[in-house]
Structures are given as structure tokens and as C-alpha cells.
Design a protein around this ligand. Structure first.
Ligand code: ZN
Length: 301
């Protein structure tokens, strides 16, 4: 079975073709989000056309109604994307099954079925970037919640009345523990045009203010993780996003979580994501295979 998968973010669209669950090519193109939702839709159609696929899987930023495949909410990172009836329009145009999933959920599905979460029934996936995206697999299934918006882990409130968040609230986890939050602290207290390697070299050497900035950031990373682990008791927590590819950060997180978490939760595994920034594509592919089977079965009956 051939599945064409796309992962739509605020700055780039990743896309690729899977043949029997194997990614045979993967490319990336700018989203040009400021051109609006209709231009983005046309871009997606152009990327899909010319590939013979049995089904299409889409992972996208924003909140998604996975049944109707409609974008129910999108922030200013994707202007004009809210209200887009992605599944309905693409299926009418291309005559193949289309599955649409939120990007945090897609990453969790990808890791749960093809990555480091394989074999676990209860796991949490967190992606640290501009914000903090999340996805929950509970009892072996993606947990969507009452209105399909579960897994907004970046908006756990850590500091009431604290820093402003992109959601309109204050004091959210992602306002303190995202990569952007770390970047803004470095820009403010070190220098605007810093490089990651030299920043982390200074942290390791114990230089100030770098070591202090890192310490405060990772304390917030850990504070949010502990709340999530205490609430859900997952078997494993997978951490992704470019910054988590520096595995000493995951070592530090492990050490700090294990030092202060309740005894009954100490056996939780905290691991890097295996599929990196392809996790969303794998999750989109997984959803597309499911949608294909669902529609086929329906056709037969
Ligand atoms: Zn928030």
C-alpha cells in the first residue's frame, strides 16, 4: 500500500511517500503561511498530485476534528487555516481516503507504532520547539478527550500570572520550558546572535549566566514532566524537538525527575524520540492506513 504523508508546520511542510510502511522519499518545502489558508491548500494539492497513493495522511499544526478532518482551531502561525475542511475537499478532489491529525497526536502515533514507544500501552510524547506539542497514548489508543483537544500539555499552568503564552493565557509550561523560551532568555542575558554549541560549552564549563539560564530552563522542563507523569502514570515519556537531540539534556531530565518524583512513579522511562522530525509523517501514515481500511470495509459491507 502506498501512502503519501504530509506534516504541516508554521514554517515548513515535510512530505514523503511510504511504500508498505517504509518511507521511500522525504522532502521539505516552505509553508509560506502568511499567504493564507487557500494558498496553503493549493500547495498541498500540488505536492500530492503526481504521486500515486492509496490514501493520504496529514499531520498539521492546530486543533483537528479527526472524524471530519476539519481544522477547528489554528493560531496565527497558520493564518486562515481555521475552518479548512481538509479531508472533505481533498477526498472530493483526489478520490482517495484522507486522514487528518493534529501534529502532536501524529508524533505520538508515529513513535507509539514505529519508534521508541513501540510495545507500550501508555505513553506520552512531547515535542519542544516554538511551543510544546504533546500527544497521549492511553490504553494503546490515542486519547482525544471530550472535544478532541486533549494533549495540550504545553498549556499546563506552572506560574499563575506569569509569562504571556501564545494561547492568550499566562504562566503556561511552554512559556518557560519550550526552546523559544530558552532562546529568549539567552538573547536577553547573553547575546542576541548566540550559537548553540558555544552556549552549551559555557553551560558545561559552569560559566555565568549561561549555567544559571540552563538550570532554570531545565527545572521548568522537569516541573511540567513531573506533573504529567504523576497525573497519567505512563510507562514511558518520549522527548523530541531539535534541542532534545542533545542527549545530555535527556540525561539531566532523567536524573532530576528520578530524584524528586514519587516512589510509585520512579520506574517511568524518559527517552528521546526515535523518529526525530519524521515522527509526524509516520503518525500521518498510520492514520491514513487506518482510514483506508475503514473506508474499504465500509464499501464492502
Ligand atoms: Zn498557553
Amino acid at each position: 500500500m502506498n501512502i503519501f504523508a504530509l506534516d504541516i508546520g508554521g514554517t515548513s511542510i515535510k512530505y514523503g511517500l511510504f511504500e508498505n510502511e517504509e518511507l521511500v522519499f522525504r522532502r521539505e518545502t516552505p509553508t509560506n503561511a502568511s499567504s493564507g489558508g487557500e494558498v496553503l491548500f493549493e500547495t498541498i494539492v500540488k505536492l500530492i498530485k503526481g504521486n500515486s497513493a492509496d490514501a493520504i495522511g496529514i499531520s498539521t499544526a492546530g486543533q483537528v476534528n479527526a472524524d471530519s478532518g476539519e481544522i477547528i482551531f489554528a493560531t496565527d502561525t497558520l493564518p486562515g487555516w481555521k475552518g479548512m475542511k481538509l479531508k472533505k475537499r481533498l477526498e472530493a478532489m483526489l478520490s482517495v481516503p484522507v486522514a487528518v491529525e493534529n501534529d502532536g497526536n501524529a508524533a505520538a502515533l508515529g513513535e507509539a507504532h514505529y519508534g521508541n514507544g513501540k510495545g507500550y500501552q501508555n505513553l506520552v510524547c512531547l515535542v519542544y520547539g516554538t511551543g510544546i506539542g504533546g500527544g497521549l497514548i492511553l490504553g494503546g489508543e490515542l486519547y482525544r478527550g471530550h472535544t478532541g483537544s486533549a494533549g495540550e500539555l504545553g498549556h499546563i499552568e506552572l506560574e499563575p500570572g506569569g509569562r504571556r503564552c501564545m494561547c492568550g493565557g499566562k504562566g503556561c509550561y511552554e512559556a518557560y520550558a519550550s526552546t523559544s523560551a530558552l532562546v529568549s532568555q539567552i538573547k536577553q542575558y547573553v547575546k542576541a546572535d548566540f550559537e548553540w554549541d558555544s552556549f552549551f560549552a559555557a553551560v558545561k564549563a559552569g560559566s555565568l549566566p549561561e549555567a544559571l539560564i540552563y538550570k532554570r530552563w531545565i527545572e521548568y522542563v522537569v516541573a511540567g514532566l513531573k506533573s504529567i507523569i504523576h497525573a497519567l502514570n505512563p510507562a514511558c515519556v518520549l522527548l523530541g524537538g531539535g534541542i532534545m537531540e542533545r542527549h545530555f539534556i535527556i540525561d539531566d531530565v532523567n536524573r532530576m525527575v528520578k530524584a524528586t518524583i514519587m516512589d510509585s512513579h520512579r520506574n517511568v522511562l524518559i527517552l528521546p524520540m526515535k523518529l526525530g522530525n519524521s515522527a509526524g509523517l509516520y503518525g500521518a501514515m498510520y492514520s491514513a492506513v487506518r482510514e483506508y481500511r475503514k473506508q474499504k470495509d465500509f464499501d464492502i459491507s
